[in-house]
Design a protein around this ligand. Sequence first.
Ligand code: SF4
Length: 526
Amino acid sequence: MKQNFKINYPNSEKVYISGTLFPDIKVGMRRVSLMPTVTVHEGRKITTANAPVLVYDTSGPYSDPNIRINLANGLPKLRQDWMPGRKGTQHYYARHGIITPEMEYVAIRENMDNAAHGITSYITPEFVRQEVAAGRAVIPCNHRHPEAEPMIIGNRFRVKINTNIGNSALSSNLEEEVEKAVWSCKWGGDTLMDLSTGQHIHETREHILRNSPVPVGTVPLYQAFEKVNEKIRDLSWEVYRDTLLEQCEQGVDYFTIHCGIREKNVHYALNRLTGMVSRGGSIISSWCDIHHEESFLYTHFDDICDICRQYDVAISLGDGLRPGSIHDANDQAQFAELDTMGELVQRAWDKDVQVFIEGPGHVPMHKIRENVEREKEKCHQAPFYTLGPLVTDIAPGYDHITSAIGAAMIGWMGTSMLCYVTPKEHLALPDLEDVRNGIIAYKIAAHAADIAKGFPGASIRDDALSKARYDFRWIDQFNLSLDPERARAIYEAANPHQGQFCTMCGPNFCAARISHGLCQEREEKH
Ligand code: SF4
């Protein structure tokens, strides 16, 4: 395991904003310093300073030069002192009118320096409490994962993105998966799901959890399946329950549970073009078929909630019957499962368990709105968390793009979290470069949705980057971008003589340069 593993961003420093209700809270952000704008007026060079820009930061202690990190020991336990005396979940406290440190933390994190910009924001700690109490937002934070920085999933907040990592029986190893987790945090993943199968599931998850500053989700059915030697018939509630407890104890923050599958609905998926495409969904549907019984995930849902409540593990109701092609989108199988999820949401809330809803998958653009509206109606406005959706099926190798188009639309329409897709989707297990490409595609989708939703302060960074671009402050343009390294490398490879134009149009056709000249001429005339 690497020593002092760090994340560096160009011209950036780690800064913290303290809490008011809880003064010991320190919410980390990234401050990007900018160069001044230089203009010439009547032959004189005039320099005007540009204010630094704060950026929402998911890199945790990895980008703080004052914290030494050893992956073998894990991250500092940020929330450890917040835990003593904890009696319930965030939902429990919210319903009882109590603001927790996590609620103030996320309020500060969502707003960043909006107040300094004179931007009014509706997001206060009390607003966070109300949204959590109503079940419209979730703060996934297992008491046993104190390394995680609180974040919130809800449609009145910034749209979040999830990344999937984890080894399979055929590729990847433990160290690589931890590095992928840190890599995901570097590029902006808000949560990550460890979808490991194959050997060493427990050990891999332990290392990921201890080194993850973001909430970690899993699909416990995968490990239960390994425990019965991948024999569907042998799966049982007892094996599943023990797996849940094992993962709760380790600190997993949310579980995808495919409990919306009812025996009576499975046949709807069998006549589709692409059947079932959810691993968990296909396993549990086969179990129902073999045993001619209702799934134990459904019949033991209240027991599952009792376990999750003890640790404040959120439940992500998995869409086991999600469509696997645009042909199958919005069909009877998908919507029958959604109806069951609506019933389960209410049962989770009755036990103070935080819950959100997973959604598809593959949906053509004209069918996306129906998904969001139906989810809100049937699931009582619990947060929606969708995989893409891919809006066409003809671009394997580019599915981070086909799905980011759908993700931007569904985020704008009210989805709270977007599960990323990499270029390797449908083809192979992603490597580090695929993770980076998938995350950036999804950061674009989520941010575009925030702007379209009118999220307070969402376009501060856009405006600063646009001004840098128009000023020919190339370095600032790179540093404000989602992927500064790539932007800079592309520019430098093509522009050996850096100046007030680039090779896109050349000096004489550079519209920005011509526009500047026009402004200067006008000024001199008047
Ligand atoms: S040359 Fe074209 S692309 Fe490049 S800076 Fe000028 S206007 Fe922009």
